[in-house]
Design a protein around this ligand. Structure first.
Ligand code: BGC
Length: 807
């Protein structure tokens, strides 16, 4: 356990406060009072603890754009920087955002692993490598907590896919758990001392994670010395006794939970020891003391760090995260001349992934906007090329809507903004003046201004009675009923089309969607969730592509931005393939044929297949680049900055990917591959991916000059042998020289970033952790003695120098 004296000083206050609480108050404190908060207990000077997602921004307690949040690049992007210090700076900004919004605990970071590229929340996790994940997560947690805001490292553990996530029993060997899935959590507990952890929905080896005494109490707390609080993932707790005895401190959200009154009753019935409740309350009070909401306790941070410029940091992280995987004939940076910018996502950038990671930034800089500003006037043209949104979409551009709340008598009782027409009011998160008791109808009202002339389709996502009126005509007046038993269907279900209307570009029409609010008895919390969906006029895909190819042919360089959509990458479901949606692949083939200087920007949070990658001059992966993504893209395309990212995960086709299984059979998902995921599995299968782990080009060249190893200290000398200043990520890989089929052929053992001016030579040292030489041997860590090759280089496949050591 990390001993922090200030923590000890707070313990006395915590104990005294605990001693003054009766059983009912203690049980109440362990249950959410609503979607995001715990109850205040004024009798001990405890204010309400507020939690919020996480991880790329701080949404706050409202699911609206009323109080916007800085949106940083996706976690995959943050990991692609291979820079724990940058992750630390991201954390400091997020703490600043949290404090601004009155949030005490950030529900982040997500440190599950990229086991399969199909995992729906792949974009929200860092890497396929546990060491890289642990280091980025450590930087992030330290950064957030240095701002006095708690974290919940999530989702403990093995929540690596979304299919049947509430019920799936992941069968994972102890060794794979220790060496892969637990490893980032362990590293973060050791090096960042997190104040919280979130236990996952899924089951591991027969026990659901909110009840997993072995992994939570014995491993996390016992072996690693974690002293923070353990909160359930939202609605994951299902049993009062099993959860409290399995080490779960807080059941979220409320008010209907297995804790609270149910927990007090269980103690009175003799089913739960009051001491178990005290233990959990102690941890919550410790958290409250650390974040400064328990009277008499000095918070862990009394002086918040210096203010951070959020948009500037978002832009810096984005360009440091972009991975240039191909750059033939140095097509990038752009040379002077004309540019044909192509792609729907160049205009409507996809900057973040869907689900609980959603935040609402106050602006989004698109590539079109940023390149228009950055390039000389008259040199940029734009064509849509292909629209990846081939279905009804939410939050489409062109809507200007507000939500009007009325009671049963039809009186207005409150209003709220509703950008794009999405309502998501959970629990007590309602517009001012509105309660669930008084609310009868919600009307989305305002205008829609089409960008294109033609037949527009409108639809509704949500359950219950709706009336949809467009330009004075009522197109739907009926109820949408559930077609599945899944409680999450309202969150993740598909919108249903209800109206087709001919509209003229630029001419606004009135829109009204009224929903009669109903509250199903079985719902764990009262909520109002629905949205207006839209799809633009269908265009002939061949015509769009031909138009883009014409534009490309006439320009010096073509830049195509391809993207996934919210229907492809989001929390709540896994992918079934890795293809780009719509006609985007055909578009790139056509543009590449029209212009040899074609640059493709891939705007996706996780790997997609790039069947045209050898036909184009350059491929730049931009991830979900956050609110300033377009500006960062302009920085990198024009050469003001080099792209700094290296792949945190292997990119390849689904057919070649060694581990793809995410669908359980009979509720079971065996991790049959053991320790062989990611590059470990690609190497074992003898397959060559499209782009290997660690790969990424900058705008200069590097020559690795010498490698020395003293004990476990690796010293590398390298020279910037190119034409401009740059940054290199020196990667160190370890290989047992005697092959051992039980161990991967090679793994990442360390890395370091270095910067140098052209012609300059730099020396960098990398300390290899003892763990790099260890395996989990039955029930303990053991160093495997013998000889190891140490290789340093630019990716797992591009190793420049090697030497051998004996351990
Ligand atoms: C997600 C968590 C998130 C929580 C609260 C869950 O669905 O799995 O990551 O923190 O919701 O939004």
């Amino acid at each position: 356990m990390v001993e922090i004296p200030a923590d000890r000083a707070r313990e006395a206050v915590v104990e005294a406060a605990l001693g003054r609480l009766d059983l009912d108050a203690k049980a109440r404190l362990l249950a959410g009072q609503d979607m995001w908060t715990l109850p205040a207990l004024p009798e001990i000077g405890l204010k309400s603890l507020v939690m919020s997602d996480g991880p790329i921004g701080v949404r706050g307690v409202r699911w609206t754009a009323d109080d916007p949040s800085v949106a940083l690049p996706s976690p995959t992007a943050l990991a692609a920087t291979w820079d724990p210090d940058l992750a630390h700076r991201a954390g400091v900004l997020l703490a600043q955002e949290a404090r601004r919004k009155g949030v005490h605990v950030l529900l982040a970071p997500t440190v599950n692993l990229h086991r399969s590229p199909l995992g729906g929340r792949h974009f929200e996790a860092y890497s396929e490598d546990p060491y890289l994940t642990g280091l980025i997560g450590t930087g992030y947690v330290r950064g957030v907590q240095s701002g006095g805001v708690g974290t919940t490292v999530k989702h403990f553990v093995a929540n690596d896919a979304e299919t049947d996530r509430f019920t799936v029993n992941n069968l994972v060997s102890e060794r794979a758990l220790r060496e892969l899935y637990l490893a980032p959590f362990e590293a973060i507990v050791e090096h960042a001392h997190p104040w919280g952890i979130m236990t996952a929905y899924n089951t591991v080896n027969g026990t659901t994670m909110t009840e997993h005494h072995h992994l939570v109490d014995e491993v996390l707390r016992g072996e690693w010395g974690f002293d923070g609080f353990n909160v359930s993932d939202w609605m994951a707790a299902r049993s009062t006794t099993a959860a409290i005895n399995g080490g779960l401190d807080v059941a979220m959200p409320g008010p209907k939970t297995v804790y609270g009154a149910a927990l007090a009753r269980a103690v009175r019935a003799g089913e739960v020891a009051e001491a178990a409740v005290d233990t959990a309350v102690r941890r919550v009070l410790r958290l409250a003391a650390r974040v400064g909401v328990l009277a008499g306790a000095e918070p862990a941070v009394t002086e918040p760090p210096a203010p951070v410029d959020g948009p500037a940091l978002a832009r810096e992280i984005a360009r440091r995260a972009f991975v240039l995987v191909r750059n033939e004939h140095a097509v990038l940076p752009l040379r002077p001349g004309t540019v044909a910018l192509i792609g729907s996502a160049a205009r409507d950038a996809r900057v973040l992934g869907g689900g609980s990671a959603t935040v609402f930034p106050d602006r989004i800089v698109s590539p079109l906007e940023a390149l228009t500003a950055a390039l000389p006037e008259g040199t940029l043209s734009y064509a849509v090329g292909a629209d990846p949104v081939t279905e009804l979409a939410l939050g489409a551009p062109g809507f200007t809507l507000a939500a009007v709340c009325r009671d049963a008598a039809g009186h207005v009782i409150g209003t709220s903004t509703a950008p794009g027409g999405q309502i998501q009011w959970l629990g007590s998160d309602l517009p001012e003046g509105v309660t669930h008791d008084t609310l009868r109808t919600v009307q989305l009202t305002g205008t829609f201004t089409p960008r294109e002339s033609g037949t527009h389709t409108f639809g509704i996502k949500g359950l219950g009675p709706f009336t949809l009126t467009i330009d004075g005509t009522t197109h739907y007046d009926d109820a949408q009923l559930p077609d599945a038993d899944d409680p999450f269907v309202t969150f993740f279900g598909d919108p249903v089309p209800h109206a087709q209307v001919d509209l003229t570009a630029g001419e606004p029409v009135d829109i009204s969607l009224t929903h009669v609010v109903t509250y199903p008895d079985e719902a764990p919390l009262k909520s109002v969730i629905f949205a207006l969906a839209h799809q633009g006029p269908p265009r002939d895909p061949a015509e769009l592509i031909a138009e883009a190819a014409r534009a490309a042919r006439g320009a010096d360089t073509a830049v195509v931005v391809v993207a996934t959509t919210e229907r492809v990458e989001s929390e709540g479901f896994d992918r079934t393939d890795l293809r780009l949606p719509g006609h985007q692949d055909a578009l790139v083939h056509a543009v590449a044929a029209a212009n040899p200087r074609t640059v493709v920007v891939v705007n996706s949070g996780s790997p997609v297949e790039l069947p045209w990658r050898d036909e184009v001059a350059a491929v730049l992966l931009s991830w979900f680049p956050g609110q300033e993504g377009g500006a960062a893209l302009a920085d990198v395309l024009t050469g003001a900055y080099e792209p700094g990212g290296r792949l945190p995960t292997t990119w390849g086709s689904l057919a070649d990917a060694p581990v793809t299984q995410v669908v359980p059979e009979n509720d079971e998902l065996p991790y049959n591959e053991g320790m062989f995921i990611g590059y470990r599995a690609w190497e074992r299968a003898g397959r060559t991916p499209s782009y290997p782990f660690g790969h990424g080009l900058g705008y200069t060249e590097w020559t690795y000059e010498s490698l020395e190893v003293e004990g476990t200290t690796v010293t590398v000398r390298l020279r910037n042998s190119g034409q401009r200043a740059g940054r290199e990520v020196v990667q160190v890989y370890l290989t047992p020289t005697e092959p051992d089929p039980e161990r991967p052929a090679r793994w990442l053992a360390g890395f370091a970033g270095v910067e140098a001016e052209p012609g300059a030579s730099v020396e960098v040292t990398v300390e290899l952790p003892r763990r790099a030489f260890e395996i989990w041997d039955e029930n303990t860590w053991a160093v495997v003695k013998g000889s190891y090759e140490i290789a340093v280089g630019r990716s797992i496949n591009d190793r420049r120098l090697t030497t051998t050591i004996n351990v």
